[in-house]
Design a protein around this ligand. Sequence first.
Ligand code: GSH
Length: 198
Amino acid sequence: MELFYSHASPYARTCRVMLREKGLLDRIEETEVNPLENPPHLFALNPLGKIPCLILDDKQNLFDSTVINDYLNTIGEGDDLYAAHQRDWQVKKWQALSHGMLDVAVQLRIEKTKPEAQQSALWMNRNRDALMRSVRQLETDMPKMPCEPCFLGLHIACALGYLDFRHAEIAWRSAAPKLSEWFAEVRHRPSLMATEPR
Ligand SMILES: N[C@@H](CCC(=O)N[C@@H](CS)C(=O)NCC(=O)O)C(=O)O
């Protein structure tokens, strides 16, 4: 299999974490690509032109990150990292919250990269507010989240890691001390260490 990714993409990071957690590294080639350079091979695989994108051994391909992670979880070794999602709608909801945080944080990043005159202060504030509300919700709901091997926590760690990487001005730790303490520990997990954004 071959995974197209970039070091900065938080969505691709979740797949790279899943690959490591499920013992699939010896079955994958990870190929770096910059979607903004309009690579024809990526566009041929994914008409949306986005990463991550996975080529399977039979040459079929998969996107987006949710589909790829579901697939990797199915074919890899060890615990089913979506077991809690299957039996608890709240876990699915928190997974959607974490994925939504990536959407908002990437949107904010796109806004920041525009020339200053074209940036929308209104949207940047809306995005920052949504991220802070989401962090506060995670702080509140954390005690109810599953402790068993579960992909939710790893995904949340990728979302928080992206906030630190691209939006360090968002002081999420002061609003979420328990989450911050948890993140300080979980970020040292080998799958997360090996995929730190850059
Ligand atoms: N819903 C997609 C989002 C993927 C996405 O937006 N990837 C970004 C990189 S972080 C991308 O490839 N952007 C290129 C573009 O939009 O042209 C997923 O979960 O994989």
